[in-house]
Write a protein that binds this ligand. Structure first.
Ligand code: ADP
Ligand code: MG
Length: 489
């Protein structure tokens, strides 16, 4: 009797196996790849950015740049005055600290500058990740957390650093959010972006907030300069290379700063700086134009975001969003066609589950059977047993989203180059260097390669030879310290 039961169970199992194989066969046969490709082509055509369209986008951005420089509120582009009118000369000297609050991490840094001969004598930094609940909690808690980390970093300062007797330590504060600067060392928060949302900080002077938190920690330090990360990147880049004219961030978010002639800033009413120059923080993430290739996926992403209607350009090009756009495209297609099996993988429905680093891992997979893609799909989205065809298709979706982003970012850089008149060849063949920083640019090679190729295409070969893109690794922290140094008393 017992034997019979076992036999029956085994039979059932065997039959189930055969049925399963047939179902799997049928399922993969059930994908009408022709139709899938058709749907993909349609989305791709909406994301397409031929060079002429990119040039129009760059012109539209340039127009907005003029409008933003003419008056406050004149444009979606805030074109914020940075009050940085002295770029480093190399003569900066002393011990300086910097604090860099970005999208996901913040860094504390100390640097000993040795003047003309010495350069950066030594530097150390520490990176701390920001607990997500602090990004949407209270101002007090966020700044306390930062001041505490800074305080313990200062406590670890070695004997080899030289604090001049009787002098307060000084700090350059890199704050990567839109700020209405009131002076070099003060500014009020216009709005949070990226994943931050703490209502009570908006309109407050972030230097005062930090200073109060430092006092609560018993930390005696002066905030000499408040700088945007783009400005820090530009300045850090300029210290290394005298031809750096702009700093661009392509990380969690995206933004750019560049050196403008003070006489080209109508909204600047004070006395013109001696240098005749002023660094402008564009806040280009908020650029918007009907020319931008915004699809239904971007609209839905924007609608559900913390800041609907805002930062549209940033949502198309920066690291916080690219993986999420890919997820939305894959979700839509898998609802129409069984590319991942008969049911839509439940994890694919959860927002922000596919992050940009995973997307770039997928995109960069060069193994013949795309096993990295298979692994990422399994680990991130719980999608098992993918065919090579499906994996290849997922790579194509990443490629489409990354390419659109990289080409749009190149158009932004081209707009700056045009605005400062470096889009034609000068008699003295002046070099123009753009310093770029951020995890997206640094790690996503398919993205950064495409950006550089597109910029060459926009400039034309001859001019392109005089324009250099430089990866400024962590330039923004050093830049903030340098600004503190050159404006120190
Ligand atoms: P932040 O923008 O917070 O100042 P980073 O400049 O280091 O910090 O950028 C981090 C961002 O860069 C991440 O949020 C992510 O979007 C992107 N990123 C990091 N690593 C990779 C990677 N391997 N591939 C693609 N994007 C990456
Ligand atoms: Mg950063």
């Amino acid at each position: 009797m017992e034997k019979r039961v076992v036999y029956t169970a085994a039979t059932i199992a065997a039959v189930a196996c055969v049925v399963a194989v047939i179902v799997i066969r049928k399922r993969s046969k059930g994908i009408k790849w022709g139709k899938v490709k058709e749907m993909f082509k349609e989305i791709e055509s909406k994301c397409a950015l031929p060079i002429e369209r990119l040039k129009q986008i760059a012109s539209a951005m340039e127009t907005e740049m003029h409008a933003g420089l003419a008056s406050d509120g004149g444009s979606k582009l805030k074109m914020l005055l940075s009050y940085v009118d002295r770029l480093p000369t190399g003569g900066e000297e002393g011990l300086f600290y910097a604090l860099d609050l970005g999208g996901t991490n913040f860094r504390v840094l100390r640097v000993q500058l040795g003047g003309k001969e010495g350069g950066v004598v030594r530097q150390e930094y520490q990176e701390v990740s920001i607990p997500p609940h602090l990004m949407v909690g209270s101002s007090h808690d966020l700044f306390d957390f930062i001041a505490e980390a800074l305080s313990s970093f200062v406590a670890s300062e070695g004997e080899e650093y030289k604090v001049p007797e009787g002098k307060q330590r000084e700090l350059g504060f890199t704050f990567s959010f839109p700020v209405k600067q009131l002076s070099l060392s003060s500014g009020t928060l216009i709005k949070w972006t990226k994943g931050f949302c703490i209502e009570e900080t908006v309109g407050e002077d972030v230097v005062a907030e930090l200073t109060k938190a430092m006092e609560r920690q018993g930390l005696d330090m002066k905030v000499t300069a408040l700088v945007n990360d783009t400005v820090g990147t530009l300045v850090g880049g300029r210290y290394e290379d005298g031809d750096v004219m702009a700093g661009v961030i392509l990380g969690t978010g995206s933004n750019a700063a560049y050196v403008e002639r003070a006489s080209s800033i109508p909204k600047w009413h004070d006395e013109l700086p001696k240098s005749g120059e002023m660094v402008i923080n564009m806040e280009w993430g908020n650029f918007k134009s009907p020319l931008l290739p915004v699809t239904e996926f971007d609209e839905a992403l924007d609608f559900e975001s913390l800041n609907p209607g805002e930062q549209i350009y940033e949502k198309l090009i920066s690291g916080m969003y690219l993986g999420e756009v890919v997820r939305r495209v894959l979700l839509k297609i898998s609802e129409e066609f069984p590319i991942f099996g008969d049911i839509v993988p439940p994890k694919l429905e959860s927002p922000f589950i596919l992050r940009t680093p995973q997307m770039s891992g997928i995109h960069h997979d060069s193994s013949p059977d795309l096993k990295v893609v298979a692994k990422k799909l399994k680990e991130t989205l719980g999608i098992h047993n993918t065919s090579i065809k499906t994996r290849k298709f997922v790579v194509d979706v990443c490629d489409m989203v990354a390419k659109r982003a990289a080409r749009l970012a190149a158009a932004g850089i081209y707009a700056i180059i045009k605005k400062i008149g470096r889009d034609t060849l000068s008699d003295d063949k002046q070099r123009t260097v753009i310093a770029i920083d951020g995890g997206l640019f640094e790690h996503y090679t398919a993205f950064s390669d495409c950006l550089e190729r597109t910029l060459r295409e926009l400039l034309g070969e001859e001019v392109a030879n005089s324009v250099v893109i430089k990866h400024a690794n962590d330039g923004s922290g050093i830049g903030a310290a340098l600004i503190a140094a050159s404006h120190s008393n």
